[in-house]
Ligand binder design. Structure first.
Ligand code: HEC
Length: 213
């Protein structure tokens, strides 16, 4: 029994020592261009998915997510705030998306296995963000719940939109507008959606022009 306890204690001490060395030696590579091992990736993915599932389970999803008004309102905000990372019809890829790890999912081609409570999941993620991933908690930026549901409504619609339909929805939307940040509306109305639209159209040749590297 004594030998067994000594064995457990030694294992614990070695374990803690290894942990301390790993943390303080700087040997863990935090670079975004070095992928996690499969094990670590799977671990993080499971923690994330279980956490979102638990936190989003009691959300009441509005019945009118397919409303054209919601989709129209969501379009302008999506183009202004999300398309750079999550792409849009006619937008093949973006520099920031290529470099981010984890890579932001391409929301024009959602994964095959759609989760039943996808709307609640998306709402929760947009509102609260995901730690250490590049996905912001947009509620902190002043988007109110209704504006977030509009974005969820738009995201559900986007995979079926042609480039032309996308552009005209964004143009008919109120640009980059959402309640919450006093003064933001005046800063963004009018020009809010234009840069993203320009990006959609000019992305192909943006490497030779003003934006040199
Ligand atoms: C700077 C890049 C960036 C921007 C801008 C951004 N996101 Fe994200 N988003 C991410 C990343 C990265 C993830 C994946 C995080 C993870 O899986 O850990 C993500 C995940 C998501 C997901 C979850 C998709 C799924 O099913 O797993 C949704 C929905 C989403 N973002 C919506 C939005 C919306 C709406 C906006 C604009 C208001 C936005 N994002 C802006 C980087 C971004």
């Amino acid at each position: 029994m004594k030998r067994f306890l000594m064995g457990v204690l030694t294992t614990l001490v070695i374990g803690v020592a290894l942990g301390v060395v790993t943390v303080y030696s700087g040997m863990f590579d935090v670079a975004a261009d070095t992928p996690h091992s499969r094990f670590v990736y799977h671990l993080i993915e499971t923690v994330r998915d279980q956490s979102i599932k638990r936190h989003a389970r009691d959300l009441a999803v509005p019945a009118n997510l397919a409303d054209t008004e919601r989709i129209r309102r969501g379009a302008g905000n999506y183009a202004a705030m999300c398309a750079a990372c999550h792409l849009a019809p006619g937008r093949a890829d973006s520099e920031i998306r290529m470099g981010l790890y984890p890579k932001p999912p391409d929301l024009t081609h959602p994964e095959e296995e759609a989760v039943a409570d996808m709307a609640a999941r998306h709402f929760w993620i947009i509102k609260h963000g995901i730690k250490a991933s590049g996905m912001a908690a947009w509620s902190r930026g002043g988007i109110e719940d209704e504006g977030i549901w509009d974005l969820v409504a738009f995201i559900q619609k986007m995979p079926s939109l042609s480039v032309g339909q996308y552009v005209s929805l964004v143009e008919s939307s109120e640009g980059h507008t959402h309640g919450g940040l006093p003064g933001m509306e005046t800063m963004h109305t009018g020009d809010g959606h234009m840069p993203s639209l320009e990006n959609t159209e000019r992305h192909e040749h943006s490497h030779s022009g003003g934006h040199d590297h």
